[in-house]
Design a protein. Structure first.
Length: 76
């Protein structure tokens, strides 16, 4: 009686084993980063000079723009 090898020996069996290993979904769930609650992504048109004013100080210009809008709307 011939004994079955533990690993695939033919090229086709090896390819199928590799394909199955790469395409099988793992059991662990990867959580996606969430958008902070209370924020909403929108698209608006702003004058170029106004945008340049907030961008001149570098990163964080969106937060500075949001703070200015909150102040103008008496929300802060």
């Amino acid at each position: 009686m011939a004994r079955q090898p533990r690993r695939p020996t033919s090229a086709m069996d090896q390819a199928e084993a590799l394909f199955k290993a790469k395409t099988t979904k793992s059991e662990e769930i990867v959580e996606k980063p969430m958008i902070p609650i209370g924020k909403e992504t929108i698209s608006i048109s702003i004058d170029r000079d106004v945008l340049a004013h907030f961008q001149d100080d570098g990163p964080g210009w969106r937060d500075r723009l949001n703070a200015a809008l909150r102040k103008a709307a008496n929300l802060s």
